[in-house]
Design a protein around this ligand. Structure first.
Ligand code: NAD
Length: 547
């Protein structure tokens, strides 16, 4: 039995109320007698399979997406094994509920649908006592922490403490997609206020109703949190999530060489997009080093992807300058070029000597990209003219419209295929249904970070790595791309079937752990059977006998 499932003397209702231990009607007769459960559950002893039928039936009865989310979260609060088993068996159907796009809606309404608390909340009031707050967490062996301050939730902006839905959802994906044990996951909301006036006006808002804290005090709180984590959970990896982009880049820069940390919006996104480009190569015939990539959006996602593409192109033999010149950015002020005087630090390395372009279309006409990547959070910015221009310039234009949730996508799958006579190699951030055009069905790939971060997290956890490096995202991307089959490609899909996610994550974890051992980033010695070692760390959502 995994250590997290030791009963620690729990009996009776305490067992029923512990979601990690609860089996509901599946407690056996022996367990009911020995553990004080007799009479507390209906007499018929069911199997987990029978329970699955029941919960899936209840789930299906919900016709509203938000209600489905609430149902799944409540199931997770009651019985983690059953929740994960259900999600794993219906991953494609339920991932858009427990994560984007529905989690976005859930965050917007968080105060209104709130039932039970999840994770830990840290506010300005706890400054000086953050270690004590972390000590309130009931599990000692925390390995993955996802922390947000709610400033940039998906493409939805500042949702303050309502953003707690994101760390909770993201950690569910660590467990569902890679088998990171739930007891080793800790969601954290750093509630430093919000500048979202409608939340400040909402009497049901769950967070601190104050304007967002900035400046040295914010940094001191983060620093105190990071050092308390080092003391209490020294093996934990801290994933910064959905911070506003100025803080996201700064915090990553500040901590990446000091503690085990990464930013999924920057590095995880980069991994999944690099994998998509590597797979696209097999459809377009264009080698990565010959790709000219134009980004709409020069924020966390865009710059993170740009940086990883540059290092992958350098690994393919290009000098850094040439690799950077293959990556171009359009932000809200136009093309990122040298002559601009308004560029923040993270954009400067991609500011090339080139005439300004007033619109995305003008930028496309002058740069002639082979791939167009949308990470602007701006819906419908890949207009018909834009997509047709990409189609005119390329036999197989690569068009990734990655902004989340679905309503923010730069263009839909139907538009991308429709405006290019089905020639586009298309991927989106949130899922789109297949599109049939002139009798041929195109299956859009979902450039979902869940292909990357759970496997990276599992690899870091299993190898007890002290750092998370860019090389790990590079090998994760290559491993992911290598798992795209010919039949995926025949459908136009540049990512593997989502139902293979556990296999994909395990392979990524092994590749990441190889990097950890090769670079000496751990005190562990490399196990002879690394794949077996990783497999042993994987949580399976099945019941164990307690007696
Ligand atoms: P961000 O706030 O850091 O960056 C947004 C960028 O878009 C900024 O550079 C901004 O200047 C630019 N922008 C805004 N309006 C624009 C306009 N009209 N034209 C051109 N550029 C414009 O946000 P981010 O973290 O980079 O995320 C951006 C989007 O990408 C979000 O919608 C997010 O959901 C999505 N995303 C998707 C994935 C994925 O699918 N795997 C991963 C990460 C982020």
């Amino acid at each position: 039995m995994p250590p997290s499932l030791h009963l620690h003397g729990k009996r009776g209702v305490d067992l029923l109320h512990d979601p990690l231990l609860n089996k509901g009607t599946a407690f056996t007769d022996a367990e009911r007698d020995t553990l004080g459960l007799r009479g507390l559950v209906p007499p018929y002893v069911t199997t987990q399979e029978q329970q699955l039928v029941r919960v899936y039936e209840s789930y299906k009865r919900k016709t509203d997406e938000l209600e489905k989310y609430i149902y799944l979260v409540s199931l997770q609060e009651r019985n983690e094994s059953l929740f994960y088993r259900l999600v794993l068996e219906h991953l494609e159907e339920m991932m858009p509920i427990i994560y984007t796009p529905t989690v976005g809606l859930a965050c917007q309404r968080y105060g209104h649908i709130f039932r039970r608390p999840h994770g830990l909340y840290i506010t300005r009031k706890e400054k000086g006592h953050i270690r004590a707050v972390l000590q309130n967490w009931p599990h000692a062996d925390v390995r993955v922490i996802v922390i947000t301050d709610g400033e940039r939730i998906l493409g939805l902006g500042d949702l303050g403490a309502n953003g707690m839905g994101i760390p909770v959802g993201k950690l569910s994906l660590y467990t569902a997609c890679a088998g990171v044990p739930p007891a080793q996951c800790l969601p954290v909301m750093l509630d430093v206020g919000t500048n979202n006036q409608s939340l400040l006006n909402d009497p049901l808002y769950i967070g601190t109703p104050q304007p967002r804290l900035r400046g040295p005090e914010f940094d001191e709180i983060v620093e105190e949190f990071v050092s308390a984590v080092q003391q209490l959970f020294p093996k934990a990896c801290i994933q910064f999530e959905d911070f506003g982009n100025a803080n996201a880049f700064r915090l990553l820069h500040q901590y990446r060489d000091k503690v085990c940390t990464f930013n999924d919006d920057i590095q995880g996104t980069a991994g999944v997009v690099l994998a998509g480009l590597l797979s696209s190569e097999r459809l377009t015939g264009t080698k990565l080093v010959d790709e000219r990539v134009l980004f709409l959006g020069a924020g966390e996602a865009g710059i993170g992807i740009g940086d990883l593409i540059v290092s992958a192109m350098m690994a393919g033999g290009l000098p850094q300058d040439a690799a950077r010149r293959n990556c171009w950015f359009v932000d809200s002020k136009g093309l990122v070029v040298k002559s601009r005087t308004d560029l923040v630090e993270h954009k400067l390395r991609f500011a090339h000597d080139h005439a300004q372009a007033g619109t995305l279309l003008e930028a496309i006409e002058s740069i002639k990209p082979t791939a167009l990547i949308g990470v602007s959070g701006m819906a419908q910015t890949f207009t018909e003219d834009v997509v047709r221009a990409m189609g005119r310039l390329n036999k197989r234009p690569v068009i990734f419209a990655l902004s989340n949730p679905t309503s923010k996508a730069e263009c839909t799958a139907e538009q991308a295929y429709g405006w290019t006579e089905g020639r586009a190699v298309y991927a989106s951030g949130s899922p789109f249904a297949p599109v049939t055009l002139n009798g041929k069905t195109h299956v859009p790939g979902q450039g979902n970070n869940s292909y990357i971060f759970p496997g990276v997290g599992l690899g870091v956890l299993a190898s007890e790595s002290s750092r998370v490096t860019d090389e790990m995202f590079d090998v994760a991307a290559r491993t992911l791309a290598s798992m795209v089959t010919e039949s995926d490609l025949a459908l136009g899909r540049v990512y593997p079937d989502l139902n293979r996610i556990r296999e994909v994550s395990a392979a990524i974890a092994v590749a990441v752990a190889e990097v950890v051992f090769a670079r000496g980033l751990t005190r562990l010695s490399r196990p002879a059977d690394l794949a077996g070692h990783v497999a042993a760390a994987i949580y399976q959502p099945q019941y164990h006998d307690y007696v």
